[in-house]
Design a protein around this ligand. Sequence first.
Ligand SMILES: Cc1cc2nc3c(=O)[nH]c(=O)nc-3n(C[C@H](O)[C@H](O)[C@H](O)COP(=O)(O)OP(=O)(O)OC[C@H]3O[C@@H](n4cnc5c(N)ncnc54)[C@H](O)[C@@H]3O)c2cc1C
Length: 645
Amino acid sequence: MSALSISDRGEGRTYDVVVVGAGFAGMYMLYRLRGLGFSVRVYEQGSGVGGTWYWNRYPGARCDVESMQYSYSFSDELQQEWDWTERYASQPEILRYANHVADRFNLRPHIQFDTAVQACAFDEDANSWSVTTSDGGTATAKFVVLATGCLSNARKPDIRGLDRFKGPVYHTGNWPHEEVNFTGLRVGIIGTGSSGIQSVPVIAEQAKHLTVFQRTPNYSIPARNAPLSGEDRAAFRKIYPEVRRFAREEAKNGIYTEVPDRGALDDGDNERRCKYEARWARGGLTFMSVYNNLALDKGANDTAADFVREKIAETVEDRATAKLLQPTSYPIGTKRICIDTDYFETFNRPNVTLVDIKTNPIEEILPHAVRTGGKDYEIDALVLATGFDAMTGSVAKIDIRGRDGLTLNRKWAEGPKTYLGLMSAGFPNLFIITGPGSPSVLSNMIVSIEQHVDWIADCLSFMRDGGLGTIEAEPTAEEKWVAHVNEVAYTTLYPQANSWYMGANIPGKPRVFMPYIGGVGPYRQICNEVAAKGYQGFALTTPERARAAAVSGPRLLSRPASARMRRPATSPGNTDKVRWTISTIAPWSAWAIASLAQPETRRDHPCGSSGPRTCGPSDDSAPYVRASRRDSTTRHECRSGYLRP
Ligand SMILES: Cc1cc2nc3c(=O)[nH]c(=O)nc-3n(C[C@H](O)[C@H](O)[C@H](O)COP(=O)(O)OP(=O)(O)OC[C@H]3O[C@@H](n4cnc5c(N)ncnc54)[C@H](O)[C@@H]3O)c2cc1C
């Protein structure tokens, strides 16, 4: 029996670990923990595995990271044997893949479907979590892992009259399992984010008429989807080791692509245009990595935004419609960039109408129409492509109570607070996969999921081996991380958009930039370094100390000597080397590590200021974040070599 087991290894609803959610994150977490010998129960509110791909069955749904990369890397046999049929797999194919993984690795016996976790309460005496589920049961677990997904809480808009609509109403994020046929129907769709952009061309082909209600136009790049041949797959499989290594360790967004070595304004007009044309022709998300400063420099960003606006104007025949479809109110890439198949072309069809609901918001929904701008648009069916309460929505639906009965919702009332996006102070032994404060939605999410899962699995092994009782984020480490996440975000253009990254799509949600923008590779190194230093910034306790802390308050917690001296197996051995690597990759991350490690020795810059806001590294090879912006309100280069060894 493992040191962590608190009773009967799974029987009688007592487990080492409860995992909430059976999407890609929950499935891989289960796989790793079972492999390590932990008893695990996964609760999934849906009737099957796949998460996002179980729920989002709308017409045109597919991934926007190429399938050869939007897939697990943990099993070489799996990645060598699974045949993706298209450059971007469709939802049914990704769901088949998820089911294949569940069967191949025998995961189903440990997953309880059709069961939502409703509440989790930390019992400070027993030093464990009590988990209440929708079937009326309660389970007890030493650890809880929230694999609840960043985009899993579909957002139904609050529009007057919506409940009185007589026709069917569909949400893209909760699409029926049976086929939906729009043939001969007048369909309305509200929302032109990624799901809207994917579904509009497909619905338009079927419907008698499609009315698209648009509040904010989006930048979208052609996907250039195509079948993958056996040769395509074979060629890719040969370079898989390097693709996966790069995605994990070097990429900013977890995608294998060329590293841009110059900024957009370093090229002349013609050269720049040629590069944008080439990326447009190639298609896909890598359009945004043609230059290294599109997310940092408004002037640079404008060149890419202008290019896309021109393409929209060239594609859409009606000038007024083209103008409405051109985004102007935020920099390109600062809302999730979309990729599409014939989205803009669809507005040339005679059966498609675009309606601007920014100028004239929807007044109400009538039994057979949508009323806006004093006009009624008659429809038979309504599609809501209104997105999600992103990153925190599914966590917030669970009543989570930590120390002293503090609820996570109360703690996060002004925005989510985590250390590394993995844990929140006051909630011991509760982990979040791809939580706010980690790269998550700014990345190829399977790369980020695997990184978090591996880190958590290593951490739990470490705790078991050391006979430890609890792990908990230290409030000071959390505060610094939150400040760092914010500060990094505000060195970029991202906060200039009212995006769901900021919580701006949910009325009343605090405006906080939630994901960590410092880059997947640097972030991984920060996490590794934290682990290598005995989980620096986390308080670790033996069961006895945890009980003492329960009596005297959490401030008694401290890191025991055993924690400081041991390293998890996968941790890098040479932390100086790690720090050096990070400083050459991302000044933000180098700052983060130094700040977390030794706040008392943090030096001011020669330029008279301190912190990442003021300095880039002296090494120009930093591929993504070279400080090319000399705007005194955001960042400038004093080139001090700050934090270099
Ligand atoms: C349409 C769409 C396309 C996308 N395309 C891409 C892409 O191309 N590339 C990319 O990187 N990312 C993409 N994403 C993001 C996608 O969410 C992630 O890639 C990934 O699938 C997330 O996996 P997950 O397991 O973390 O979460 P999810 O897949 O969301 O799974 C979470 C699961 O938890 C369950 N759950 C939540 N709360 C509870 C509860 N209280 N009790 C029980 N169960 C619960 C949910 O039912 C769900 O099944 C896309 C998202 C959408 C919506």
